[in-house]
Design a protein around this ligand. Sequence first.
Ligand code: MFK
Length: 560
Amino acid sequence: MFMQEPPRLDNTYEADSLLRGYLACTLSTDVLHDIEPELRELGALAGGPLYRLQLEDRTGEPVHIPWDAWGERIDEVRLTRVWQEAEPLAVRFGLVATAYEQRHGPFSRIHQFAKVYLFAPSTDIYACPLAMTDGAARTLLDSGNRRLIERALPHLTSRDPATFWTSGQWMTELTGGSDVGRSQTVARCDADGTWRLYGRKWFVSAITSQMALILARPEGNPPGGRGLALFYAELRDERGRPRGFQILRLKDKLGTRKLPTAEVLLDGLPAEPVAGLTHGTRAIAPMLNVTRTWNAITAAAFMQRGLMLARDYARRRIAFGRPLAEHPLHLDTLAGLQAETAAAFHLAFLVAELMGRVEAEAASDDEHALLRLLTPVAKLTTARQAVAVLSEVLEAFGGAGYVEDTGLPVLLRDAQVLPIWEGTTNVLALDVLRALEDLGGLKSLHEAFGAWLREVPEALAPLAHEARAALQTADAWLTETAVDPVRLQADARRFALTLGRAAALALLVRQAAWSQTRGDDRPAAAARRFARHGVNLLPTGTSPADSRMLALDEPPLDAR
Ligand code: MFK
């Protein structure tokens, strides 16, 4: 009887030409030499035992145990096997710590995110609590609150599983996951000066954390984000019991089902203000920017995981007399996916690179501005690419891609969270406009294009030209529409995606120029293919009246 061989993974570091090419181009030989053994070890785990455990424990899900046998409220959450293995590994490899130890100065974030990129696809979204832990460490440091920094940072950046803490980010409420300023959670100050929180958080991503950063409105404060304050809370007592909150239920989600996301009732959780008693959304912004970067890196990592499996399968699967890899149409499809993945990879790692330079105080003013601008751009661009690419990856397996016990459908379900959490595509497109208003325009991106595309060989010049032209069009659109708030908002997603795709093309050209001198033409092929998919989505010529008719299926105003 015919038996189909399943797709296999090798060491995911050694097999990843994108990651290896980028690191070789960006890091000095000394730094690369120093970090490579660890990346190789992580790649072996990710492509071997961790991947096998994922497949074995495919149906396992976290379980909420509200009460113990004798009636005490315990709100225990039992984790899956992969999650139990993932935490000590994450701590040993310093998935959060590496960024703060700064062993490689401005390259520390590249070092950290290279590990995250290898770790994330094999650990069932354990990257989520790590991302928030990293975000909490950054937020506390930026707040300047010495007491809380001294209390929490050693735990958040620990290399010892016995002392390591993860942090949650408790923001989302029934009133709004995006419009956080409408939050209804209240903070009351007791007579002894202790702040306590009361309310209901609708979506707490990972309920297993030891601490959380929480938005709440001190009693008497005005509405809106300015009336919120950012609080720090340690969540469990020494017996592991919740200190003033209850888990109402674990959420029944489309994907990320290994991640114990909870709905939570706060009924007097003791907490401490992090940075005054107002402007909570401003105070938590560092958390958002760090987790958005993790989102972008994870998007690239998920795409690469899907492609590694699809490529391997294309060599094993015979159809119509030859392996899929010998069919021009199948090759063409995979080539398009690889080009999108390479673009996402370079955009995401650019943000990591900039973050590292800013944190090591090695960045220019333009690089500070570029980091603020490109963080939402990279998050929204790569998240949309991930959903599209992973949908095609499933199709590349035919029916097997739709069958659960191949372990493939979960790739698409998990990817679908990427454009939703940490700010939807539209909310982030509006954040891009807000950032540009604060920064006074696109100067930093023009400067960056100048640097990335300075020494481009003639064969790549048309691609460099296409990237620059898209940026010019985006800039002209910004000037033209600045006076028309309806058009400005309606086109914001296409504008942000144009910036993302133009920047990704410019970065691909930069990588291609470097790689060609070493005899590797793959980045150039990726740049050519990516450009053919389309970079510039502006100007659109869409009309607000048409949009209203279509979106709401209404007759035109004058026909009513
Ligand atoms: C494996 C993948 C890793 C990912 C894991 C993550 C798991 C976590 C899952 C979740 O918890 S998802 C929930 C995440 N929620 C969001 O991302 C919220 C999305 N909504 C927004 O981002 C809104 O734009 C925002 C909440 C910020 C709007 O709130 P407000 O109070 O109406 O904000 P406003 O007035 O626009 O901005 C307040 C201040 O913050 C302003 O500064 P000023 O007070 O000085 O004027 C803004 O400039 C500043 N600000 C806002 N966003 C910023 C920022 N500053 C820097 N960077 C930003 N991104």
